[in-house]
Design a protein around this ligand. Structure first.
Ligand code: SAH
Ligand code: AVI
Length: 322
């Protein structure tokens, strides 16, 4: 696929609806029932995620931003002159600004996100604030096989994958994603943010905030299904549940049915028992070594790593193979 062709073809808000219906049906057919986390991110979900990043309990965003600010000059030194910066899951592109401010040698910025509202707003804002930069946004699923936009052809390429979004993959998906990224970024590098294993109480609080924003983010998956698929999930009959699974080193998010209920999706009927879970997200946590080992398996050569003094979060420079 060509990034550019897909960018112009993929800008209708309901673009993902057909896949949403079939993915929801496939997920509700499985045991345990699940819905892929990429469907969190419609306009409402992206806005809720931005609210999460500002919560007192949600330490990853402010910790990673502080790491980027503290080491921006060292990170910028890894970026070649005239480089194209490709960002995976760019959202509001807030962290990108720290890099761009430190690395004026970046000539092209190619943000990739599945959420059209977040992508368009961020691309507009970055374009306005960095007039010398060519901004080439792509609305797509970053797990698709990607190729570089025309604007990036012939340039050195650097990837940016912040936020520990890599933790929302299964380990097998993470490896597959990194292998694809290693191909796309050949000869360049990847700056990757990964959340670290820590005190489960800190993790629990981050996904069970007092204001209930994470619960609203979780429930938005069903609200979105109601809006886009005409399902009739009764949101009041599902409870947010998030807990740390220590054996698998991951936060699991679920929606737990408060009663026995029946829903129809795309003409198929599903029965959900009282107490039954819909599994909506995993958020894997890493050690510095486990992340570096994963990167090596994908073909990267690990470079410098930055962590905060409390070892909450890590940012890794990974050299892509030639
Ligand atoms: N990078 C930002 C946002 C992280 S939230 C930060 O660090 O704060 C995760 C982002 O990835 C969201 O903007 C979401 O829309 C996007 N996303 C999630 N799954 C995706 C997928 N499969 N393909 C493309 N974008 C995806
Ligand atoms: C985007 N991703 C890394 C977030 C996370 O922490 O796994 C999504 C999120 N889910 C609940 N809160 C935030």
């Amino acid at each position: 696929m060509n990034l550019h062709a897909a960018a112009s073809a993929g800008t209708t808000p309901d673009q993902t609806t057909p896949a949403f219906a079939s993915d929801a049906i496939a997920g509700l057919t499985q045991h345990p029932k699940q819905i892929p986390p990429k469907y969190f991110y419609d306009a409402a979900g992206s806005e809720l995620f931005e609210q999460i990043t500002r919560l007192p309990e949600y330490y990853p965003t402010r910790t990673e931003i502080a790491l980027l600010r503290g080491a921006a000059a060292e990170m910028a030194a890894e970026i070649p002159d005239g480089a194209a910066l490709v960002e995976f899951g760019s959202g509001a592109s807030v962290k990108t600004r720290v890099l761009l401010d430190a690395a004026p040698q970046v000539a092209v910025y190619a943000p990739i996100d599945i959420s059209i509202s977040a992508l368009e707003a961020a691309a507009r804002a970055i374009g306005a604030d960095y007039p010398a930069l060519t901004v080439a946004p792509l609305r797509d699923d970053f797990t698709n096989a990607l190729s570089l936009p025309d604007e990036a052809q012939g340039r050195p390429v650097v990837g940016f994958f912040p936020g520990s979004t890599i933790g929302n993959f299964t380990p097998a998906e993470a490896l597959q994603f990194l292998r694809g990224a290693a191909r796309l970024l050949r000869g360049g590098g990847l700056l990757l943010g990964a959340d670290l294993v820590k005190d489960p109480a800190v993790l629990h609080a981050a996904y069970n905030d007092a204001q209930g924003v994470t619960a609203a983010f979780n429930l938005n998956l069903l609200a979105r299904a109601n809006r886009e698929l005409g399902t009739q999930f009764d949101l009041s009959q599902f409870a947010h549940s998030a807990f740390y699974n220590a054996a698998l080193r991951r936060i699991e998010m679920h929606l737990v049915s408060r009663r026995r209920q029946r829903v129809e999706v795309g003409g198929e009927c599903f029965e959900i028992a009282e107490g039954q879970n819909l599994h909506t997200e995993n958020s894997y946590k890493f050690t510095v070594d486990s992340l570096r080992a994963l990167a090596v398996r994908a073909g990267f050569k690990p470079g410098p790593v930055w962590t905060d003094e409390n070892r909450l979060f890590s940012v890794h420079w990974l050299h892509a193979p030639d």
